[in-house]
Design a protein around this ligand. Structure first.
Ligand code: ARG
Length: 581
């Protein structure tokens, strides 16, 4: 809900109470009733009087007329015009006061920070790549969406605990060890660990088709690992450390960070107790030598707790992890940002937690997302995320090659910022549940002169343009404004400016909506609208910087407000704002 609605609702509520002291409508309830009039000339809001008719035993139009008269007589309502039209009261806010209030709020250093989550903790499990497999494009989405949701909840005042649930345990490690024993190459491992481990992984699966004994070897190694065999453990530690080093390089480029890297292995020493407790809660059954929790009544396949060979599973570790995290964090909500292919897995895990009697089981939420299509996934040619980031940078550098005035270092930095911004924004600008094709043309649209596209580079450009206006202003007039008074808003009383003010006013509500839908695209779409609004204003011929100092000051205040909002939103999404482009 916008601030304006709240502001408009307070005097209406007071007028109603005066008319009918028995009324118990709250400001929020009044605000919720406020609608947009059918025509904008009629005002900013319309308030319907039907609801009051029964209590007052009068016809709605009569009530509307009385309320309108009362409101018009009060000089302190903040309304510029009030009129009754049939059963409605139409209200116009004082545009100068509204513009001053909204722009000043956006100039305040605390703009974008909200108190909603204060005192509450939210845990988020995201990125969570698998160490014995490569960090492919598939993990980009979890990483980008998860980091955006973490940033968003932080700005909403929550204590956010970000957890990277690394896939650092499981039979695939046994396979990798068996493969390394047979075909491993020290030099190749040190030279390009992810590539070498991936090659081993692919080769193992290829050869195991013809030679099933390999699978037994893999299982054997994993058993040794589970039993604490030093040679197996040394392998594990090495593979893990080498992979993590590479992952961190990617995280650094993407501006991604975690509070904890509690991978699956972290919970190993908690598994025995977990299994005991699942058994003790009386919900387990033996099935072909395995220990399972049947979930037929929920239409779900059984959740495996222990395999017939005695090994624990992904699900066992997720159960232990959930319990540990709740003990450690006492969360209000826990989000699992994982592809929709794992929907059944999370339903099973949450159902088992529920059956174990944990009242917080329903605070665990799977936040699913669609797939990235069109990027080769042929066996053995999985595309590494790092290669994509490098390719993006190269493409941006080519497109921007003829731009002048950049040092080599600047060019390097800008290409990186633009390509990361383009890739991340593209990912976060569509509904998270949808699959999308990965197409460089669409991702980078707007970077070439004369092109337009709803992309990261388009927003980054707009930001650069706004920043340039600020700099020019500062050269001529000194410090940028820190607030705007009602009397100074005259130059902003145009339709383009009013549209920008209305958009700015919606920013806090936009953040709240994005959080309640767990959907970063709500922010992306808002930022595109804001940039569009500014570009319309800017290209309409209004000069921001002119000889009219009062008008210039008002317009630059709006420019700063828009730029700060753009920068704040882009930062939440993980899109960098280059100084120049
Ligand atoms: N490592 C898993 C994968 O790549 C994702 C883990 C998600 N988090 C979890 N708690 N299960 O498929």
């Amino acid at each position: 809900m916008s601030d304006s609605k709240q502001l408009a609702a307070a005097p209406i509520r007071a007028a109603i109470a005066e008319l009918d002291p028995s009324q118990t409508l709250s400001v929020d309830e009044v605000a919720a009733l406020l609608a947009a009039p059918p025509k904008p000339e009629l005002g900013d809001f319309a308030f319907p009087c039907f609801l009051l008719a029964r209590a007052l035993k009068q016809a709605p139009p009569a009530i509307a007329a009385k309320l309108a008269e009362q409101l018009a007589a009060d000089p302190n309502t903040g309304f510029a015009a009030v009129s009754a039209l049939g059963p409605y009261i139409n209200l116009k806010l004082d545009p100068a006061a509204r513009t001053a209030r909204v722009v000043s709020a956006a100039l305040d250093p605390a703009w974008g920070a909200l108190p909603d989550g204060s005192g509450k903790t939210i845990g988020i499990d995201y990125s969570s790549p698998n160490i014995a497999k490569p960090f492919g494009i598939g993990h980009l989405r979890s990483t980008a969406i998860g980091q955006a949701l973490a940033n968003l909840h932080r700005t909403l005042g929550y204590r956010v605990v970000a957890i990277n649930h690394l896939g650092d345990w499981g039979t695939q490690f046994g396979k990798l060890m068996a493969a390394f024993e047979r075909w491993g190459n020290e030099e190749a491992l040190l030279d390009d660990p992810i590539q070498h481990l991936y090659d081993l992984y692919v080769r193992f699966h290829e050869e195991a088709k013809a030679n099933p004994a390999l699978d037994d070897e893999g299982r054997g190694w994993f058993r040794r690992l589970e039993q604490g065999d030093p040679a197996a453990h040394a392998y594990w530690e090495r593979f893990r450390a080498l992979s993590l080093r590479e992952f961190h390089r990617i995280y650094e480029r993407l501006g991604v960070s975690f509070d904890h890297e509690w991978g699956e292995a972290y919970y190993n020493n908690m598994l025995a107790a977990l299994v005991d407790d699942v058994k003790a809660s009386g919900i387990t059954e033996e099935s072909e030598g395995a220990l399972v929790v049947k979930l037929d009544d929920l239409g779900l396949p059984p959740c495996l707790i222990i395999k017939s060979d005695g090994a624990t599973l992904y699900s066992t570790r997720d159960l232990a992890a959930a319990r540990y995290r709740y003990e450690q964090l006492g969360f209000e909500k826990f989000l699992y940002v994982v592809g929709h292919a794992q929907a059944v897995h999370f339903k099973q895990v949450f159902a088992v937690l529920d059956r174990m009697g944990y009242p917080w089981a329903d605070r665990c939420i799977h936040v699913p997302f669609g797939m990235i299509l069109g990027i080769s996934t042929r066996k053995g040619t999985l595309v590494f995320l790092e290669d994509i980031l490098n390719r993006g940078k190269e493409l941006v550098r080519e497109i921007m090659a003829d731009r002048e005035g950049f040092t080599d270092a600047e060019r390097e930095q800008v290409s990186e910022q633009v390509s990361i911004g383009a890739i991340v924004f593209y990912d976060l600008s569509r509904g998270r549940i949808k699959d999308y094709p990965f197409e460089w043309d669409a991702i980078l649209r707007g970077l070439r002169p004369g092109e337009h596209g709803p992309t990261g580079p388009y927003l980054q450009y707009t930001h650069v343009r706004l920043r340039a206006l600020e700099e020019k202003f500062a050269e001529k007039f000194g410090a940028l404004p820190e607030a705007l008074s009602g009397e100074a808003t005259e130059a902003l009383h145009t339709a383009d400016c009013a549209h920008l003010v209305a958009l700015l006013e919606r920013y806090p509500a936009t953040l709240r909506q994005a959080a309640s839908e767990l959907e970063p695209a709500v922010i992306s779409r808002f930022l595109l609208e804001l940039a569009e609004g500014f570009n319309t204003f800017y290209s309409s011929g209004t000069r921001v910087l002119s000889d009219d100092e009062a008008a210039t000051r008002a317009r630059i205040a709006l420019v700063v407000a828009v730029r700060r909002t753009l920068a704040h939103g882009l930062t939440l999404l993980g899109v960098p704002c280059p100084a120049r482009m």
